[in-house]
Design a protein around this ligand. Structure first.
Ligand SMILES: Cc1ncc(COP(=O)(O)O)c(C=O)c1O
Length: 440
């Protein structure tokens, strides 16, 4: 690993990366344990982002390694089409028990993107199964991120992810306005006070398109990828009420908020708003084997179960749906979460975390700090004409000095493994404060 040269780097086209810049000065990770990564040279890097919001139980968990190894030796792969295997059923049953009441049917995928496209397809097909086939329209939200499938980028609201494919986005999609409002809500602790009325955008879209054409609304309870955007108090409740009033399904994309990030197993429980479907991935296997899932209300599932017995009810699925290794990883991961109380641990640390996040107020370049559970957003003043450049320099500085953060635009996002200890919190924010002072 230490001897990688320029040529060794050429073949890999890296995702969401400035490839040419990266290959001039590569940043490599070679090993991970607990709260830490190590570079090929053995330099320690504190993990402030749980890899990419996924390693919630911390790195290198031996129980997961053992479970996956055992499964690999027992049965490496088995098809799911018209066949089944015990770990798939076992994981679905355990997941269903973690979900908000009623969301107890589970469809497995391999990623967040696939979960989103699966949920959108189920929503449209559900209405059709009930004889309401005109409900095909999907509503997303500005600044939403729902992965990179054509469905996901269509309901998503990030222009860079859509621009190249603007003529190919799926038709019949509209967007709510986003809820980020620095003028009214800067430096909020937890949910911001202002903005519940933004949910009324859905009423506006109903008035424009008619409810009878709308299948579903999809939102992230907390939007991560465009810089940690929190739901204003009352917003999600209002969205739920408007969906109910018009027969529209509500989908929560919990790819990053699932598995304890907010202080409850899922944000739906934390915010006490129950959607009709939840998409998830990442923390499901502690990030170590790719896997996603969609949890669906039983009534939605049952609407598909009306045809003649012997007929396939949903023409959808993946070769690797419920892959045995992913199921083994998922079962071992859920077991750790349960035994160590990790799905609610963020709540016990939230106050200390919040104080540390807001301790950055007044530091150079900082124009907002915001937090929820074990999530932080630290927004910086952009350099004139160079959006994102300042935050990226902070990212580079932190990495050089042993802290992995994530930046999106000019916002720094933090989402550490849920095993984090107070000393790590101190170290993380200490380093970040130093980096902010160093970067111009
Ligand atoms: C809310 C949300 N949805 C979907 C995705 C896509 O997940 P994946 O990269 O596993 O396809 C992400 C990824 O970060 C996400 O944050």
């Amino acid at each position: 690993m230490t001897t990688l040269n320029r040529l060794d780097l050429e073949a890999l086209w890296m995702p969401f990366t400035a490839n040419r810049q990266f290959k001039q000065a590569p940043r490599l990770l070679a090993r991970a344990q607990g709260m830490e990564y190590f570079t090929p040279e053995g330099r320690r890097v504190l993990d402030g982002v749980a890899g990419l919001w996924c390693v919630n139980a911390g790195h290198g968990r031996e129980e997961i390694t053992a479970a996956v190894t055992r499964q690999l030796a027992t049965m490496d792969y088995a098809p799911q089409f018209q066949m089944g295997h015990p770990p798939g059923f076992a994981l679905a049953t355990e997941l269903a028990a973690l979900m908000p009441a009623g969301l107890d049917r589970v469809f497995f995928t391999n990623s967040g993107s696939e979960s989103v496209d699966t949920a959108l397809k189920i929503a449209i097909a559900y209405h059709r199964c009930r004889g309401d086939g005109a409900r095909t329209r999907l509503i997303g939200r500005e600044r939403g991120y729902h992965g990179v499938g054509f469905g996901g980028i269509s309901v998503g609201g990030i222009v860079a992810n859509r621009r190249m494919w603007s003529a190919n986005l799926i038709p019949g999609v509209d967007h709510l306005r986003h809820t980020h409002d620095l003028a009214r809500n800067a430096y909020s602790r937890g949910q911001p006070t202002h903005g519940a009325e933004l949910a009324d955008d859905l009423e506006r879209l109903v008035a424009l398109h008619d409810a009878s054409t709308i299948a579903a609304v999809i939102v992230e309870p907390i939007a991560g990828s465009t810089g940690v955007l929190l739901p204003p108090q009352g917003y999600l409740e209002r969205l739920r009420a408007i969906c109910d009033a018009h027969g529209i399904l509500l989908i929560f994309d919990e790819v990053i908020t699932g598995f304890g990030r907010t202080g409850a197993p899922f944000a739906a429980q934390e915010f006490a708003v129950t959607p009709d479907m939840i998409t998830m991935a990442k923390g499901l296997t502690n990030g170590c084997v790719p896997m996603g899932a969609v949890a669906v209300k039983q009534s939605i599932h049952d609407a598909f179960m009306q045809g003649p017995p012997g007929a396939i009810e949903l023409f959808h699925g993946y070769t690797y749906s419920a892959h045995p290794l992913a199921c083994a990883a998922g079962l071992a991961t859920l077991d750790i979460y349960r035994r160590e109380g990790l799905l609610t641990r963020a709540k016990t640390l939230a106050k200390r975390w919040e104080d540390a996040v807001h301790g950055l107020r007044g530091r150079p370049h900082v124009i907002d700090t915001r937090n929820y559970g074990l999530i932080a957003g630290i927004e910086l003043e952009p350099r004139p004409g160079k959006p994102g450049a300042r935050a990226f320099d902070v990212f580079l500085d932190c990495f050089e000095r042993g802290l992995l953060i994530r930046t999106t635009g000019d916002t720094i996002a933090l989402s550490p493994p849920l095993i984090i200890e107070p000393a790590h919190i101190e170290e993380m924010f200490g380093r970040l404060a130093e980096a902010l002072a160093r970067v111009a």
